[in-house]
Design a protein around this ligand. Structure first.
Ligand code: CA
Length: 406
């Protein structure tokens, strides 16, 4: 199954590569003021530090915070200074963002948490017409700051079960929010015009079309066939290494290796490791090139068989048993519940496979509001089909390829 996985990776890089822009300062505090309330694409996030009411660690760290930085998984960021203990920062509404705090020297001080593993703001689920969120006073516990007003369930209307799924999915991005100085030189990366991230591609055995069924039965549990890890580097110089070295966590299968697929660009470059037949264990995955060392703390991925999403297809045939259309519903990967796909998923595509891993059909990509596709080729015999792959990019740039075999 290596070839289909590789093809999907290349498809996604081509299709979605244009969105992987580098370090772009989306707005400055001055720009926010001049943009005014007519800019409906922007959200204002406000908050304050209660740095006079208590003693101990929390007040100490609050005093140190000089800047607020919000950034998304593509390295686009906005920055605001703290004035009289308060801040207001403006950001795009379309993607989840992490919020981190810096001192006057751009050193990392801490990050915003919404508790229960939600360490980014799921602005992809922002309520219609919401133009500002006031987090209220932030209280630190070590480097994690909790707001007095949690917007989940109010400005960001998202159900409790969807929050659990989001919390798992945001783990890879949250590891950058927890450590926004990936190159370890002491300065928050986006503030020195560099951005480093990683994403994971998973191959998932999702289920089986039993007998004459036209909807597959979901494996209980789904099994993870393997993964590829990709590191993305963006900088303002546009100079990138041809390849990178990689040492994964113990048991990851990434042992003193080099990237297998290298896509060198101008805005950014990506480096993909070989396909490994396991779930990546938690731990540090360390990339190296020239004199640079990048440390990515990959979180525990074992809940992928519970909280990841899958698109469950139903095939509809023509009278001559060729495929007319495929429709699908989004469910949690344990099959227990349907989910709102906007919470987790960016784009989906469908691949229909024949024997010997031949590809009989590739669909266009679909946004989450589309759940039905009439094939543009109406000559594909259902009897020739060996599997259907429902592949998607999640909102954090990870790629999930779910195979249903026949
Ligand atoms: Ca740095």
């Amino acid at each position: 199954m290596k070839k289909p996985i590789l093809l999907f990776l290349l498809i996604f890089i081509v299709v979605f590569g244009v969105f992987m822009s580098g370090c772009q300062k989306s707005s400055s505090p001055t720009a926010v003021a001049t943009a005014g309330p007519t800019d409906d694409s922007k959200l204002k996030i406000k908050g304050s530090f209660n740095n006079v009411s208590s003693t101990g660690v929390s007040s100490l760290e609050a005093v140190e915070v000089a800047k607020i930085i919000v950034f998304n998984n593509e390295g686009q960021y906005s920055i605001s200074n703290v004035t009289d203990g308060s801040f207001e920062v403006s950001t795009d509404k379309d993607k989840p963002v992490g919020m981190v705090f810096a001192d006057v020297s751009n050193h990392y001080v801490g990050y915003l948490t919404l508790s229960n593993g939600v360490e980014s703001l799921p602005l992809n689920s922002l309520g219609d017409g919401v133009s500002s969120i006031n987090l209220g006073a932030l209280s630190f516990t070590a480097s994690a700051a909790e707001p007095s007003h949690n917007p989940l369930g109010s400005e960001i209307p998202i159900s409790a079960s969807d929050i659990s799924a989001y919390a798992f999915s945001n783990g890879t991005f949250a590891s950058l929010v927890n450590n926004p100085d990936v190159d370890g030189n002491g300065t928050i990366d986006v503030l020195e015009d560099v951005f480093y991230r990683y994403f994971i591609m998973y191959g998932v055995a999702g289920g089986t079309f039993n007998g004459t069924d036209l909807t597959p039965t979901i494996n209980s549990p789904v099994t993870i066939k393997g993964y590829r890890l990709t590191v993305v580097i963006a900088n303002s110089s546009g100079i990138y290494p041809a390849t990178i070295g990689m040492q994964g966590a113990v048991g990851s299968g990434i042992e003193s290796t080099s990237s297998e697929i290298n896509n060198i660009g101008t805005m950014n470059s990506s480096y993909t490791m070989a396909w490994i037949e396991k779930i990546p264990p938690a731990g540090n995955y360390i990339a190296s090139y020239d004199s640079t060392t990048l440390t990515f703390a990959v979180p525990d991925q074992s809940n992928i068989i519970k909280y990841q999403a899958l698109a469950l297809p139903t095939v509809i045939l023509n009278g001559d048993d060729t495929i007319h259309e495929i429709n699908w519903v989004y469910k949690l990967s344990d099959g227990s519940a349907t989910i709102d796909p906007r919470v987790l998923i960016d784009k989906l595509l469908i691949e229909i496979n024949g024997s010997a891993a031949t590809q009989l059909y590739n669909s266009p990509t679909f946004t989450t509001d589309i759940t039905d596709h009439i094939l543009t080729n109406q000559t594909i015999a259902w009897s020739d089909v060996t599997s259907i792959s429902m592949a998607y990019n999640d909102i954090f740039g990870n790629h999930i390829v779910v195979d249903y075999i026949k």
